[in-house]
Design a protein around this ligand. Structure first.
Ligand SMILES: NC(=O)c1ccc[n+]([C@@H]2O[C@H](COP(=O)([O-])OP(=O)(O)OC[C@H]3O[C@@H](n4cnc5c(N)ncnc54)[C@H](OP(=O)(O)O)[C@@H]3O)[C@@H](O)[C@H]2O)c1
Length: 246
């Protein structure tokens, strides 16, 4: 197995893309520290992960709070003994046109999607630097590359994540820590379930591969970026969108 005895922190692991990533890593022998908004939500995947024979712990953490994130990372290091992989996946949307966008809509999306990733990266790299190894995988979005009407807050946060990724890659390469960002297109999860059937149909027609993505499509790339095969890749922005933005 490719990730035996390694530990990954996966944020937003309770469902959707995060859950698929946690399962893909666990299938390769990786121990999983799963993060979601509440303990019960984070632990909802416990049985499925443990059935794969790896160690598991779930943590309810509001990722926008740096104090809570610092405390959780210290706990993971203590309980697992090592932090090899960090998957910054948790994210939210608060879509609306800019004229109607409230301060709360803006702040909550930036705090969760961008500051959240900063909080985990700062806290986890403290241990990765000591270990002189680490892999950080951020989950961005094609919207961060191309923008989208009604998603100014989300696009700004995801574009910011690309800058964060490239800076961390440059800053920590000397410590053998890599940092890459995956930009999914439209993936079937709770986040996109709110879109109307008509819009989903329209999108499907525009996607060269003629389907919305599955969480597993993103998880396979996250797995590759977590394994030794990608050791010479850092600071990269990788799109998984069925060809939508060719
Ligand atoms: N789905 C898509 O089409 C798509 C496309 C491009 C990019 N993405 C990105 O991919 C990532 C995952 O998306 P998804 O579709 O899988 O989302 P999802 O199904 O809505 O799941 C979101 C996850 O994030 C967690 N979360 C949200 N806010 C949090 C907070 N403040 N603290 C801790 N955990 C929090 C949720 O925990 P709870 O279960 O406890 O609420 C849940 O586990 C996001 O960053 C999203 O922007 C998704």
């Amino acid at each position: 197995m490719k990730l035996s005895n390694q530990t990954a922190i996966v944020t937003g692991a309770s469902r959707g893309i995060g859950k698929a990533i946690a399962l893909a890593l666990a299938r390769e022998g990786c121990n999983i520290a799963a993060v979601a908004r509440s303990d019960s939500s984070a632990n909802s995947i416990a049985e499925e992960i443990k059935a794969l024979g790896v160690k598991f712990a779930g943590y309810g953490v509001d990722i926008s709070s740096s104090a809570s994130v610092n405390e959780c990372v210290d706990k993971v290091q203590k309980e697992f003994g090592n932090i090899d992989i960090l998957i910054n996946n948790a994210g939210i949307t608060r879509d609306t046109l800019i004229m109607r966008m409230t301060d709360e809509d803006w702040d909550s999306v930036l705090q969760t999607n961008l500051k959240g990733a900063f909080n985990w990266t700062r806290a986890a790299t403290k241990y990765m630097m000591k270990a002189r190894k680490g892999k950080i995988i951020n989950v961005g979005s094609v919207i961060g590359l191309h923008g989208n009407a009604g998603q100014a807050n989300y696009a700004a946060a995801k574009a910011g994540l690309i800058g964060l990724t490239k800076s961390v890659a440059k800053e920590l390469a000397g410590r053998n820590i890599t940092c890459n960002v995956i930009c999914p297109g439209f993936i079937q999860t709770d986040m996109t379930d709110v879109l109307s059937e008509e819009l989903k149909q329209k999108l499907q027609e525009q996607i060269p591969l003629k389907r919305l993505g599955a969480a597993g499509d993103v998880a396979e790339l996250a797995l590759y970026l977590s394994c030794a095969g990608s050791n010479y890749m850092t600071g990269q922005v990788l799109t998984v969108d069925g060809g939508l933005f060719i």
